[in-house]
Write a protein that binds this ligand. Sequence first.
Ligand code: URA
Length: 259
Amino acid sequence: MESASDYHHAKALLDWQIELGATEAIGDLPVNRYEVPEKAEKPVVTQAPVTAPKAAKVDAVADARALAQAAGDLEALRAAMAAFEHCELKRGARNLVFADGNPAARVMIIGEAPGRDEDREGRPFVGRAGQLLDKMLAAIDMDRKAEDAERAVYITNVLPWRPPQNRDPKPEEIAMLLPFVERHVALVKPQVVVLMGNISCQAGLGRRGITKLRGTWTEAYGTPCLPMFHPAYLLRSPGAKREAWADLLELQARLRGAT
Ligand code: URA
């Protein structure tokens, strides 16, 4: 039980703090105010509650579509994506990773999502997988830095923000970012699209199974497309480089008008 002296001692401490300018009572431990308490106490209602108007449900996909459609060029598209607030990934990312390379290129590569290095630099495919991608492209005389559209490539990802711990994107994240990818392809108008890995196939073709899909021409975003193994997969499974090489030759042949 509290004694009177405890009370007076506590009150004196409080008065002293108020004198020092304290205006708010805080605890020793930080409080995470974003955390919703498990059970909010129910207010005692003595009269009919005034119901607040229901907040309109946000249709993130429709918003993305409207923003993307309104973008008349790549800079406007980048700005539209930067202004898109419905994707939680944005809050955990350091940078928007939009694209790299030459937009005049005949080949547009679509990867999955930025990793740590891409998130830091704000450019796609700059980490280990990106370095391997550059080597793969060099093997067929292509280069993201090339000014000559014949040799150039343009590179982007399905997701412009890094997922935490590089986890797979959720279907709803892919769905709300897809309108931007579609618009991106429509603005670049590449001759061919290369879909790197399963997530990119999921977004562009609506299905996974890269082992079966790779190496066979199909169509995505209204454009001829070639699914290929993701370079990150090739780093883990170097034995699959043989198929990747075959796919690169297939891409080269197509660009030369041979297939
Ligand atoms: N993997 C991807 O799919 N994209 C990047 O930008 C980097 C790694």
